[in-house]
Design a protein around this ligand. Structure first.
Ligand code: DP6
Length: 323
């Protein structure tokens, strides 16, 4: 028992997770597939300390309110339960995400916390166990335990819902370009947004069926190294997810006019021979999936046409203990 520090990278889903089958355990309605990104990560240090009367949580050096720390504490409770301990902890996180890149995510946060807290508590968890644990903090965090391409199997219970690395054709040398169209906090968080979609969108059952099929097709395309199919499935999963929110009651969308303009621009660039496909999560920022070969040209074209900040990343490594 003591002090441990971990690093976990963010991930962007090509096949989206949207909607839970079980809110308490965070079991997703569909499987999802993501790419872990080298450029963006969270470092988290956990130190259990017998002299503490409560957990303390700092983010980027600033002490967070008790309310903000509650989700972190609830997560550390899972680790304490498992280790049979009652000691509180100092938790210090630093996000290494380019300022206002719109990528600060719960995925890297809870993956780093899972690795650091379990290690500091003396638990020796396997990567699969870490993925299941991280999932309890935030669904997408289950995927950030692993590097490169990752699949989160939806499963049917706590044991069967975990992520694992996904083999892919080495010829696919992928890049992701995060295009920042807006760095304001989102008005409807993903947790609330997906709940409303599950509860009220008549498109939700169709989303589950179609996205699960897309996850299977994506695995085949990744193995084959079939970039046009990987890209087409990526765009379709995003559009199906956003369609499901537009059909919720009351309806809502995360996409802004400029987000859609970027989807259209990706299609225009494809017509000129570049491999580039768009995706978007619970916010207006767009991420462009492209290849190592085309990334520089895509970045340059996007910046020439839109007055936006864009940051490129390659695939990143698995979550790990650092000094
Ligand atoms: C749109 O993992 O943040 O980014 O499980 O409620 O914490 P919770 O949700 P979260 O949702 C991510 C949704 C998404 C798509 C994805 O990453 O697959």
């Amino acid at each position: 028992m003591g002090l441990s520090k971990a690093r976990a990278h963010t991930n962007i889903a090509l096949i989206k997770y949207w909607g839970k089958a079980n809110q308490k355990l965070i079991l997703p309605a569909t499987s999802s597939i993501s790419m872990t990104l080298a450029a963006f990560y969270t470092d988290t240090q956990v130190e259990f300390d017998d002299s503490l009367a409560a957990d303390s949580f700092t983010l980027d050096g600033e002490l967070q309110s008790a309310k903000a720390a509650a989700r972190v504490s609830a997560f550390v409770d899972l680790v304490r339960e498992r280790a049979g301990m009652h000691t509180f902890a100092h938790i210090a996180s630093v996000n290494h995400v380019p300022t206002a890149a719109g990528l600060a995510s719960s995925a890297s946060a809870f993956a780093a916390l899972a690795v650091a807290a379990s290690d500091a508590a003396g638990l020796k968890l396997t990567p699969t166990e870490l993925s299941r644990l991280a999932r309890r903090g935030s669904g997408s965090a289950s995927r950030s335990i692993f590097g490169d391409m990752v699949i989160w199997h939806r499963g049917t219970d706590d044991k069967s819902s975990y992520a694992e690395p996904l083999a892919m054709n080495p010829q696919l040398d992928l890049r992701m370009i995060a295009v920042v169209v807006d760095d304001m906090p989102k008005s409807i968080g993903s947790r609330v947004g997906m709940q409303r979609t599950v509860a009220t969108s008549p498109y939700f059952p169709a989303w589950v069926t179609a996205n699960e099929a897309a996850a299977r097709e994506m695995q085949t395309a990744l193995t084959a190294g079939d970039m046009p199919t990987v890209g087409a499935l990526t765009e379709r999963s995003a559009m199906m997810m956003h369609a499901s929110t537009m059909a919720a009651n009351p309806p809502f969308t995360y996409l802004q006019p400029v987000s859609l303009a970027l989807f259209n621009f990706a299609a225009e660039l494809r017509a000129t021979g570049l491999q580039v496909y768009a995706t978007a999560d619970a916010g207006p920022n767009v991420k462009l999936l492209t290849t190592a070969q085309d990334a520089a040209a895509v970045l340059q074209q996007v910046q020439a046409k839109f007055n936006v900040k864009a940051v490129m990343s390659g695939p990143g490594p698995a979550a790990r203990i650092i000094d």
